[in-house]
Design a binder for this molecule. Structure first.
Ligand code: GDP
Length: 445
């Protein structure tokens, strides 16, 4: 919060101003110099105005001022305190409200204090207090111009000009950037897989020592824990992990493997990692998940973990199984890894980056149409019901995942097999090897 500090000699009305600004009677005000010796912190809130902090320092007395000019000798502890407070408050101040007494007029001490404030180089407003439309107001104000600060006449006691005061103080604050400071970009990853497949072990191994458990907010379920870390200068976050458990703590198996909640976490992620257990093979639920990820066009990869446990031929068989299951989404990469031995773990994060980059591509219409010509020439569309569909135009409708629309004479005449050919060809030309992709045909006669 930006902070504006009230500075001025004792009894000019700083505490009353402070109370007006924070709209309470918190500070003890008294007609005796130096009665508010402690620093008070408040917050100024007004409708449709930026919020800022306000600090009331004790009054700086004549003797304390002497220290500024003449050194610390002869200063009583009391005034020394006040001066220290003011100095400390000035250190983290955004701006200064320099308060003077309009009835007393400009006193030498005001001038000395003003010089002190001016040296700080902070935006400053001179608040001339105890002026409430009294006679000779302009004349009284005139002498304060000598301080070199913009002036505003107010009466804290009678509430005169308080709105103008808030406005003028707000004007001292730096331009507020309305947007949140942008969070450094992070690649969001979802880790799916049945209990005991080794998800936690993998997250542990990938995130290393300097991970941060991010959203471990009290009262949320343990499913919503995010793990954030940096690897090779890049930022990653595993979303919705069930907490990164220690390897020894394997009794903790309350984790539910619900396909629905798994799918939900994939919607928060850029890339999803589905972990299978090499020793267990592909379960029914793994199959369902693969199916859903595919139909939802989720960018994902498959990790076959615990490769250290399975013999070579078993792994080959498992890979074959998976390839069959993935026959309609051959772009999905499969890695054989081991959280225990560390095998091929270094490939996981760069691959996730690549999938995400491919997902984000934007291809110009010019390039797409040149590619379309090439692809059509290489293999004409087949004759269906005695004629071929005509292809007019190709455009990219969306990214995440890349989505392309072919405008054709009659989409009914384009068989599924030809659409698959088109997809393979586009993937090759634009080097989209691992991201999901959507192709649409639109008839335009
Ligand atoms: P999660 O339930 O999916 O998070 O699985 P955990 O990470 O808790 O791992 C379950 C068990 O498998 C633990 O006993 C791990 O030590 C073990 N484990 C995990 N990865 C591997 C691996 O690559 N090889 C072997 N042999 N064991 C592993």
């Amino acid at each position: 919060l930006p902070r504006i500090i009230l500075v001025g000699r004792p009894n000019v009305g700083k505490s009353t101003l402070f109370n007006r600004l924070i709209r309470s009677n918190r500070a003890i005000t008294h007609d005796r110099p130096g009665i508010t010796r402690d620093r008070m912190d408040g917050v100024v809130r007004r409708k449709d105005m930026p919020v800022f902090g306000i600090v009331d320092t004790g009054g700086i007395t004549l003797d304390a001022h002497a220290m500024v000019v003449e050194g610390p000798e002869g200063i009583r502890g009391f005034e020394q305190d006040i001066l220290n407070q003011t100095e400390a408050a000035l250190k983290d101040a955004t701006a200064v409200a320099f308060v003077v007494d309009g009835r007393d007029g400009l006193l030498p001490l005001d001038e000395h204090l003003a010089a002190h404030v001016r040296r700080k180089g902070l935006p400053t407003l001179c608040v001339v207090n105890k002026v409430d439309g009294a006679e000779h107001e302009d004349e009284r104000m005139a002498e304060f111009h000598a301080l070199g600060f913009p002036l505003l006449a107010v009466s804290a006691e009678h509430g005169h000009n308080m709105n103008a005061l808030v406005e003028d103080l707000t004007a001292l604050l730096p331009e507020e950037s309305s947007e949140e400071p942008p969070a450094p970009p992070t690649l969001r990853l979802a880790m799916l897989g049945r209990p005991n497949a080794g998800k936690s072990s993998l997250i542990n191994a990938l995130s290393g020592e300097d991970r941060m458990i991010v959203s471990d907010v009290a009262g949320t379920t343990r499913d919503s824990v995010d793990v954030r870390f940096t690897k090779n200068g890049k930022d990653y976050t595993f979303v919705d992990t069930a907490g990164v458990r220690r390897r020894t703590k394997i009794t903790d198996n309350v984790e539910k493997y619900s396909v629905n909640s798994a799918i939900k976490s994939t919607t928060k992620a850029d890339v999803t990692l589905l972990t299978l257990d090499a020793a267990e093979g592909v379960s029914q639920q793994d199959k369902r998940l693969m199916d859903m990820l595919n139909t939802r066009k989720t960018p994902f990869m498959i990790l076959i973990n615990k490769c250290d446990l399975a013999p070579r031929n078993a792994l080959d068989q498992l890979r074959k199984n998976i390839n069959e299951l993935l026959s309609f989404c051959q772009h999905v990469p499969v890695l054989l890894v081991s959280a225990l031995s560390g095998k091929d773990l270094h490939k996981i994060l760069p691959l996730a980056q690549k999938i995400h980059e491919e997902c984000s591509v934007r291809i110009s219409t010019g390039k797409l149409n040149r590619a379309m010509e090439e692809v059509l020439t290489r293999h004409q569309p087949p004759v269906v019901k005695r004629s071929r569909a005509k292809f007019f135009y190709l455009t990219q409708a969306e990214s995440q995942p890349p989505t392309f629309v072919f405008f054709v004479s009659d989409s009914e005449r384009v068989p599924e097999s030809y659409v698959r050919y088109l997809e393979r060809a586009l993937r090759k030309i634009f080097e989209i090897s691992h991201a999901p992709m959507r192709l649409h045909l639109r008839s335009s006669h």
